[in-house]
Design a protein around this ligand. Structure first.
Ligand code: SF4
Ligand code: SF4
Ligand code: SF4
Length: 230
């Protein structure tokens, strides 16, 4: 949960240039259009076949049943292969930390989820732009909305197929691939250490009932910006 009051987030200057998550900001919100308030929240996508996990030679990463891709800092040897392997350029290294620098990224609020709580960003979003639930159910809802209002949404849900599917997905008024988010194929991204693992490499097989998070990014040309449910 944020430790600062709302006034700490009122400086719009942060939107002047696009940002990426880093070791101190595990999620960032970027403004996609200067004239119109159209925003995208970026963080770890919690891939169903995480390249960070397949690149990590010490097996520090785990994909949990909740959908969260988490990692064990006590196993980490600081090789930083996961940084290179991630197709979304998410894992960040604590370069400024002299003692025991760690890899940092959004952990899908895994500890909260284990306690039966929602990810903090979902709980805190005042316009319900983020929805958490079983992946299949979120995709069903997203495609129903696209079918019901074809002119309102881009027909593709970003993350449904990218790199084999992700646990964070976006339903948006416009195409995000190649614009706000990378344009990627449907095959899982290989880990950079695949070639040095001499055959022991295998893609992670996720559990069947993954949970996911769907972000709604809408721009209604007539009525202005909309985020959240209908
Ligand atoms: S977005 Fe990157 S860090 Fe996150 S699970 Fe996928 S490969 Fe790993
Ligand atoms: S830096 Fe990344 S790939 Fe290397 S050991 Fe640590 S978690 Fe694994
Ligand atoms: S899931 Fe948790 S760690 Fe990830 S962006 Fe949301 S609040 Fe931050």
């Amino acid at each position: 949960m944020p430790t600062q009051g709302p006034e700490a987030y009122e400086d719009d200057a942060v939107f002047d240039a696009p940002r990426r998550p880093d070791s101190t900001a595990l999620t960032v919100v970027n403004r996609l259009e200067a004239e119109r308030p159209f925003f995208l929240k970026a963080q770890c996508m919690h891939c169903d076949h995480p390249a960070c996990a397949s690149s990590c030679i010490v097996g520090a990463f785990t994909k949990e049943e909740s959908g969260a891709v988490v990692w064990d800092t006590s196993k980490c040897i600081g090789c930083r292969y996961c940084i290179v392997a991630c197709p979304f350029q998410v894992p960040a290294f604590e370069w400024g930390k002299a003692l025991e620098p760690r890899i940092m990224k959004c952990d899908f609020c895994a500890p909260r989820q284990r306690d039966g709580e929602l990810p903090a960003c979902v709980e805190r979003c005042p316009v319900e732009a983020l929805t958490f639930g079983p992946r299949d159910e979120l995709l069903r809802v997203a495609h129903e909305r696209i079918k019901r209002s074809p002119g309102k949404y881009n027909p593709r849900v970003y993350g449904e197929l990218e790199v084999g599917g992700t646990s964070w997905m976006y339903l948006s008024a416009r195409e995000l691939a190649g614009e706000a988010l990378p344009k990627l194929g449907t095959r899982p991204a290989p880990g950079v250490s695949e070639s040095i693992q001499h055959g022991i490499f295998a893609y992670f097989v996720p559990p069947v009932a993954l949970y996911s998070l769907l972000g709604f990014l809408m721009w209604d040309a007539k009525n202005g910006p909309r985020e959240g449910g209908e």
